[in-house]
Design a binder for this molecule. Structure first.
Ligand code: NAD
Length: 466
């Protein structure tokens, strides 16, 4: 049986980054991965969707080119070319990780881990190839899978998952997106920009419900203005295939006929591994971890979507890098003094048009935790750079404690929100105070100035806002 210091099950952003960090520490590890490295994020998630976002945005802008004093281009989309570009980007990135692994002599075992069992003070990992390997430590980084609804089968032909819609080789005439969460809203935006008739069907009273209430309330009309039909407080009950298309039975007793359906009602932790002797504690299918990512089994850690924490690629990566450090300290006989990860300060980005991004606490959460708070806002309609870009929809909202003006959260709806939130993440994570930020010079003309003005607005000192 081949022995490793660490066996990582799953080669997504959590698993692969952890493997590289362990290699940097001189620790031997193997990554067990049945598909290609990069996981959902690189192969059928973050990266391919962002490639589509770019093509979709550009296509929409080409049709609106007259607003920039340019000729309008209104030719049909060559979707095969769009897909080819997306696939090339994925190929290049996955190839890049394979190259990094090779250079660092990290072993990838192309198999599925089927069982984990104790082996003295180590763990044995059985593979579907029949092979068995062992590790002093095991990291579960097995991600998540798309959920469906009772009575609805995702067949990836008519009813698609987020994976299936990326593989769809031609654009449908119409699409119903079930679930107005992050995945639903991103695909709704993409497909709408490509000219598909899009209906969002969301069970809750608002879309992207985990975000700050005001931001969600501002995103919905922006999507509607572009032609997306946003239906809230309505659930999907049935899908019937008819000659006219797929007939959806909705909870408000209405029906809707569309060509395709995208199921985007959330993702479930993926732990298709047996633990015949002793199993880790689970909570609603997610592996329970402590603040050091330890499971209930000594020597087994878990990171990423399988833990049921904030399900983002960068959460998984951060958890993994922390685990690598903890394991290194353990091997060196040192006690680890790792600060627990503050999940609230992990930035969250929704790549709709306009983009929505946030970090830290929402207004409601901040009020609940601190009682009195101050909110500063600045609209992109008052930003010279946003005007020059022709993209003034949205605003920045910054939340601070009332007593000492410590920044608690930042929320951005508008152009480049996902890039801009990085600055908010730095400020909020460092516990910056509003008056201290005012001493920092932000370049002109940039969208970043709007962040600064929203922080100045906390003290009612924004220059370009009355
Ligand atoms: P989600 O939980 O964000 O949204 C699912 C939505 O479906 C919810 O709003 C829910 O109310 C709704 N819903 C559930 N049942 C329904 C029904 N019967 N009818 C209508 N609506 C129903 O899940 P998601 O959008 O599938 O995303 C899954 C995970 O992937 C999330 O954690 C998300 O953050 C992550 N993700 C992140 C990004 C990003 O960072 N840009 C992109 C994609 C996915």
């Amino acid at each position: 049986m081949k022995e490793y210091q660490v066996v990582i099950i799953g080669g997504g952003p959590g698993g692969y980054e952890t493997a590289i960090r362990l290699a940097q520490y001189g620790i031997t590890c193997a990554v067990v991965e049945s598909q290609r490295l990069g996981g959902v994020c690189l192969n059928c998630g973050c990266i391919p969707t962002k490639a589509l976002v770019k093509s979709a945005e550009l296509y929409r802008e080409m049709k609106e080119a007259d607003q920039y004093g340019l000729p309008v281009v209104d030719a049909p989309v060559d979707y095969a070319q769009v897909l080819e570009r997306k696939d090339k980007i994925v190929e290049q990135l996955v190839g890049g990780i394979e190259f990094l692994f090779k250079k660092r002599s990290i072993e990838v075992i192309k198999a599925r881990a089927t069982a984990v069992t104790p082996l003295g003070d180590k763990w044995k990992v059985s593979l579907d190839s029949g092979e068995e390997i062992s590790g002093d430590r095991v990291i579960l980084a097995t991600g998540s899978v798309p959920k469906s609804l009772p009575n609805i089968t995702i067949d990836e032909v008519d009813v698609l998952s987020s994976t299936g819609i990326l593989a769809m080789d031609k654009l449908p005439k119409s699409l119903a997106v079930i679930g107005g969460g992050v995945i639903g809203c991103e695909f709704a935006s993409i497909m709408n920009s490509f000219g598909v008739e899009v209906h969002i069907i969301e069970f809750l009273p608002r879309i992207v419900a985990l975000e700050d209430d005001e931001m969600c309330r501002r995103l919905a009309p922006a999507l509607k203005k572009q032609g997306i039909k946003v239906n809230t407080k309505v659930g999907l009950q049935t899908i019937k295939k008819t000659d006219a298309g797929l007939e959806l039975g909705l909870s408000n007793d209405s029906t809707l006929v569309v060509e395709k359906v995208l199921m985007a009602v959330g993702r479930a932790p993926n732990l298709d591994i047996e633990f015949p002797a002793v199993a880790p504690e689970l909570d609603k299918g997610a592996v329970v971890i402590d603040d050091q990512m330890r499971t209930s089994l000594k020597g087994i850690f878990a990171i990423g979507d399988v833990t049921g924490k904030l399900a983002l690629a960068h959460t998984a990566s951060k958890q993994g890098l922390m685990v690598a450090e903890i394991i290194r300290d353990e091997f060196e006989g040192k006690e680890s003094h790792m600060e627990p990860l503050n999940y609230a300060n992990i930035p969250r980005c929704t790549f709709t048009s306009p983009e929505l991004a946030s970090v830290g606490l929402s207004e409601a959460e901040a009020k609940e935790k601190y009682g009195e708070i101050i909110v500063g806002k600045f609209p992109f309609s008052a930003s010279g750079k946003a005007m020059a870009m022709g993209d003034t929809n949205g605003f920045v909202k910054t939340i601070a404690r009332a007593d000492d003006q410590t920044l608690l959260g930042m929320h951005i709806l508008g152009p480049n929100a996902a890039e801009l939130i990085g600055q908010g993440a730095i400020l909020v994570s460092l516990g910056a105070k509003a008056d201290a930020v005012e001493d920092i010079v932000f370049a002109h003309p940039t969208l970043s100035e709007s962040l600064k003005e929203s922080i100045e607005d906390i003290r009612k000192m924004s220059i370009h806002k009355i």
